[in-house]
Design a protein around this ligand. Sequence first.
Ligand code: ZN
Length: 388
Amino acid sequence: MPGALAGAAGAEPARVTRLQLGLNAGLTRLVVEASAPVEAELAAQPAGLGLTLSLSGPRWAAPPAQPSAAGLVAGLGLPVQHDGRTAIAIDLVEPAVVERAFRLDPQNGPLGSSGHRLVIDLRPADPQAYAVAFAAPVALPLPTAVDIAPPPAHAADRRRTIVLDPGHGGQDPGAISASGRHEKDITLAVALAMASRLRATGRYHVILTRDRDRFVRLNDRVALARKHEADLFLSIHADSLGGDRTTSGATVYVRADAASDPEAEALALRENRADQLAGGAAAAEVDDVVSILLDLASRDTARLSSRFAGLLTVAISDGIALRRNPLRAANFRVLSAPDVPSALLELGYLSNPGDEALLFSESGRNRLAAAAVAAIDSFFGAETQAGR
Ligand code: ZN
């Protein structure tokens, strides 16, 4: 009886229901959606620049349509059955490696239901890193990524939360200019100008760590950003180099254990000292239990922070002089939120008469505020495009 025979052949073959390509926060994301959990291997193609995604398990039915090229991927081949596996060719525009690869369970949500998904994020790499990464086939999902929670599905109209952090305040004046003006005043004025421009776009929910002349501990600034689940944290400072009146220009910093240069290291030490002015006691170290999840999150955060910092230097260069090597890194305590992309902007040098005049002028503040909005727009513009 034909029906019995068909039953004996087992369950329906698993089926790839959809292949999606897109950009996500600067990465190229390939999503394989299927009727069963996907296990796969990713290997370099023997000739040419490209990868082969090889799906294990039962025969895979071909997906209905091929997505168009995106990011690092020039195109996908049609699934080919080979040696009991199903292979999909991934043509690359440039060498790439897997940043992460994880599975998402089927979901029923307001946007409809989805099947089992394997998410693969690729990032650009130099040819040597590519060769090393694919010296042997890579089993997916990657074990380190299993526990990463999927990013929350933001509604399309959700406003991003930006925390602006005017440095110093209250009994802590920060750097003092040759003519006696205080860093705490310029950081507040610039932050207020940025906040009002960001709010005017209607795209952002803006929170300030202080909106008047008061003292706020560094850890409390970080905690505020985390409490509000900020999408971005921007700390605003202005430097001063004692008797050096010539050094000028803006600099953008991200957090790193090892400083990019001795000057950055010295600056971070100065800025990290702010809490000692609160009454002698050194501030507590980061109080959170460092879980593996936070560690994983912080890798992603570091990548996003660097991306934003790069965009900010580009935007600032449009109207404000930058320092030589304007993108630097040091161990700033105020940038230590493991789950909030963070950068620190040194507006310029109060020890330089030109910078001082610019920063305390309305036109200087407006240019800086416009640059911040441009950088934040492009940071989230690319991300929004990708998240869909
Ligand atoms: Zn400062």
